[in-house]
Design a protein around this ligand. Sequence first.
Ligand SMILES: Nc1ncnc2c1ncn2[C@@H]1O[C@H](COP(=O)(O)OP(=O)(O)OP(=O)(O)O)[C@@H](O)[C@H]1O
Ligand SMILES: [Mg+2]
Length: 325
Amino acid sequence: MTSFSPRIRVGKRKENRPMSTIAIEAVNLHKRFGNVSAVNGVSFNVTEGEIFGFLGPNGAGKTTTIRILTGILRPDSGEAKIMGYDVHKDPVKARMLIGVVPEEANPYPDLSAWDNLTLVGSLYGLSKRTASERASRLLKLLDLYEVRERKARSLSKGMRQKLLVAMALIGEPKVLFLDEPTSGLDVLSAKKIRSLILDLKKNGVTVLLTTHNVEEAGELCDRIAIINGGQIVETGSPDDLMIKSGLYTYISVKFDRPINPEDAGQFFKAWEHRVQGSRILLICKESADPIVRVVEYAKARCLSIIDIHTSPPNMEDVFVKIIGG
Ligand SMILES: Nc1ncnc2c1ncn2[C@@H]1O[C@H](COP(=O)(O)OP(=O)(O)OP(=O)(O)O)[C@@H](O)[C@H]1O
Ligand SMILES: [Mg+2]
C-alpha cells in the first residue's frame, strides 16, 4: 500500500494550546435519552499517538460517547476534552483538531467524490491547491481516483464509506474518531483501512476506533475499553484483556524422547499439566511466558522440541467472557 503521510507538525504549537500528552479525555460522562441511560459514568484517557479501541455490544453506548467527544451531542454531565480543549466550552479549537467517520453518515449525494472532499478541505481552511493535492492523494490511496467525478449517490456503499474516511482525513487531524470504519467494506478495502490506521499512528495521530470485528481491534489497538450498558467494564491492552478474562492458553509440546513426569511436574508446577510419554500438555493463563519456559526446560535437559502447538483464546472469546455472554 502507498504510504499516506499526513505531514502533521507533531510538537509544533501555534497558539497557547494547553500542554497535554492526553489527546482524548472523557471524565464521568453521562447521557440519558428519556429513560434510557445511554452513557453512565464513562471516563477514560487516550494518550497522543495511541490507537484506542472502544468495543461493546449493540446499544452499549459507543456511538453516543463518540458523539459527545466530537461535540455533536452535549452530555448531561461530565467533561470531554481534545488535546486539552473542552469540546463544549472551546468547540472551534477542539473541532479543528479532529476528524470523524461517523457511524451513520453520507457524503453530499449530489456532489462528486472530488467535490465532497475539496468542500471539506475548504471548511478546514485549506487553500484550493492544498485541498486538491490532498484530495488526489487520498482518492488514489483509497482506490477512488477513477470514480472521483461520479456523484456520491451513484457510488457503492463501500465506496461511500471510503469517501467518508478520506473526508475525515483531508484536514490532517491530530485526533481521529472512527465509528465502525470497516463496516460494509470488502476484505481488501478493510485491510487497506487497517493499514492506513497504522500509518497514521506512525505519524503521531491518535485514533479512537469502534468496531464489531473484535479480531480487528485486537490486531490494531494499543488499548481497548469494553463498554456494556453505558459503563466501561474493562480496559487494557489486548494481552491484558486476555489475562483478565481468565481464559486459558493450551500448549502441547512433543520432545524427542520421553520425559520424567515428576521432574516436569516440578518445573511446570505453576500451571496445570499432563505428561504422556514424550508429550506434555500445559494449561496456562499467561500469554507469552509459557513458550520461554518450555524452551528453558528443554535446554536444561538437552531435549529437542519436535513440535509445539499453542491455542490461545481468541479476542472474540475474551470479549464474550468479559461482557458476561
Ligand atoms: N438519539 C437517540 N434517541 C434515543 N435513544 C438513543 C439515541 N441515540 C442512542 N440512543 C440509545 O442509547 C443507547 C446507546 O446507543 P449507541 O448508539 O450509543 O450504542 P452503540 O454502542 O453505538 O451500538 P451499536 O453497536 O449498535 O452501534 C441505545 O439504547 C440507543 O437506543
Ligand atoms: Mg454505534
